[in-house]
Ligand binder design. Structure first.
Ligand code: FE2
Ligand code: FE2
Length: 141
């Protein structure tokens, strides 16, 4: 097991949830799917920020990319809490969800196409493995 596999599987899970969310009809279903996205993304971003990114910030090659990622996470969090605080019946709900989905799409693409391949070069197998274990126990808490 390595951390990159786990992070990628979160990305996939959230992408699927967004598709479901934008297709769902009632406010109740929308809010329930959104709360899953909210939980999944908060856990994912917190782990990346506290454990995964710091390991890659030390290297000149990935430093700028990591700093950009922190800023993108900040935007994601603003929208997450914004959406959590309004009703799915609010006229801005869909606009906010759509913008959040777009930011995440962009962010996931950067991580999977740029940051993760670099991470595989910078971190050794053991580090990737330890982080995977840390992430699994963090998720259990
Ligand atoms: Fe990620
Ligand atoms: Fe991220």
């Amino acid at each position: 097991m390595n951390i990159i596999t786990l992070l990628k599987s979160d990305h996939k899970e959230v992408t699927v949830l967004f598709k479901k969310l934008l297709k769902s009809k009632t406010a109740k279903i929308k809010e329930s799917i959104f709360s899953k996205i909210y939980k999944a993304l908060n856990m994912h971003t917190e782990f990346e920020e506290k454990t995964f990114y710091p390991a890659l910030k030390k290297t000149a090659k990935t430093k700028d990319l990591v700093l950009e990622s922190y800023v993108e996470h900040d935007l994601v969090k603003v929208l997450l809490s914004d959406i959590q605080n309004i009703s799915a019946k609010d006229e801005l709900w869909k606009a906010k969800v759509t913008v959040l989905q777009e930011i995440i799409k962009h962010h996931v693409k950067e991580e999977e196409q740029e940051l993760f391949p670099q991470a595989k070069r910078i971190l050794d197998k053991n580090q990737l493995d330890i982080m995977a274990k840390q992430y699994l126990s963090f998720k259990k808490e």
